[in-house]
Write a protein that binds this ligand. Sequence first.
Ligand code: NAP
Ligand code: MG
Length: 502
Amino acid sequence: MTATIEPSQAELLPSVRNFLSGTKRFLVGGQWVESASGETFETIDPATGQVLTTVARGGAEDVDRAVRAARTAFDEGPWATMKPNERERLIWRVGDILSERAEEFGQLEALDNGKSAGIAAAVDVAWSADIFRYFAGWATKIEGSTVNVSMPFVPGGQFHAYTLREPVGVCGLIVPWNFPLLMAAFKLAPALAAGNTVILKPAEQTPLTAILLGEVFEEAGFPPGVVNIVTGYGDAGAALSAHDDVDKIAFTGSTEVGKKIVDAARGNLKKVSLELGGKSANVVFADADFDAAVTGSLNAWLFNHGQCCVAGTRMFVEDSIFDDFTAAVADAAGQVKIGPGLDPTTQLGPLVSQEQFDKVTGYLAAGLADGARALTGGKRWGDTGFYVEPTVFVDVKPEFSIVEEEIFGPVVAALPFNAEEGVAKAANSSIYGLAAGIWTKDLSKAHLTARQLKAGSVWINQYNGFDTAMPFGGYKQSGWGRELGATAIDLYTQTKAVNIAL
Ligand code: NAP
Ligand code: MG
């Protein structure tokens, strides 16, 4: 692991520097406002621990104002009568502006989250733009159907029956800090394509790109109140989840908070979709392309510093290659370039916050105390910023916390398996079921294993094989519903059955 030079904020785009000067307000009913309480909070650069800027701290009163603005825009505003192709053009425009401003969004995401600015621009921002364009196209393709009814209790009657697909209404969108802009795009684009109005609540650790995105919605020409953004803490998310005039909550984050949202939704039985935690299995068979599997398996748990809900953090390796394979992964992990997100050569940045740093280093200590052996890593990196060394644990047992629990850091636990006994039982022994990886050259083995694994996404001879058109979501405690693809439209529409006696 090589040291790196602290990049200067002078390298920032003038627009980013300008954005960071002065307290950031949030967007309610087309107005940039302070919170009702006047409170603000600081957002931190995880590479240095320094304050980036201060942000208005919204609470229950602000959420209520935002919900009223969204309700008015939904019921009475121009949004309600806008044609699908008009919505399409507005949403497409958001994608185009994001593409034009990719570097700016990438830098801001890097500063707030710690990830590489280059990767943020190329992955987080570029993919978000793609998502807005993909769902812009859906706005004109949401269809009901005609139903050939029999109506057995009305002999001889003639009927014309059909279904309408209608928006759910006012949607609360609560997103985490690991992919702040991208997780917002996952929800905003289909929600708006389907004709809903929204209140977005970004994570307290990473509010900045959500605020900048608010400016993009204004620039694109969205009517006031269609997109509202309230920055704040968990209490703002809780107020949104419990609000009686919110029709739906879409949430990405921890399984623990997901369960709180389900409880909060009881009051008005609002619809809920959840994308929660994971402890995904990455299965490497002895007949895999060794080098491709090493690179792919490293990416599986290291991408975004391990702060991925889909991270392949339980690496099951066939026993005959276990020692060689884990040594190769550890060797590759040891060569990863660590540094701040603004350094273009950085491959692994800091964790997002002191809290996550404490949590991840706590797991490292617990793993070592339990008797696991670190082939590489095992401790913090450097003495400033929230950096952790990429860590490969072997000699682990299924009951160790590093094997069972979501760590959300650059840490993998490697477990051997025997091909005769099979790998599915061990791989499926988790409360989660978000994603899985399989590495083999044997086509039948790949397909059969894919069927056996209880996971919402299975990637073969690759990891993180996402596409906007592919549904994404979890089995078991990894969530409810499927984002992206056509299935995302299901999350933001409801069906009305209309039956006419002729
Ligand atoms: P989290 O608490 O689940 O936060 C996700 C979002 O929910 C944030 O916007 C958060 O706001 C909000 N929130 C917090 N409490 C809420 C409540 N009672 N009602 C409604 N919304 C609420 O996640 P975290 O604390 O940032 O991270 C904790 C762990 O969750 C991580 O270590 C990781 O294991 C997991 N995680 C998973 C994902 C994923 O993609 N599946 C993403 C992030 C984290 P505040 O930010 O203001 O608290
Ligand atoms: Mg921050």
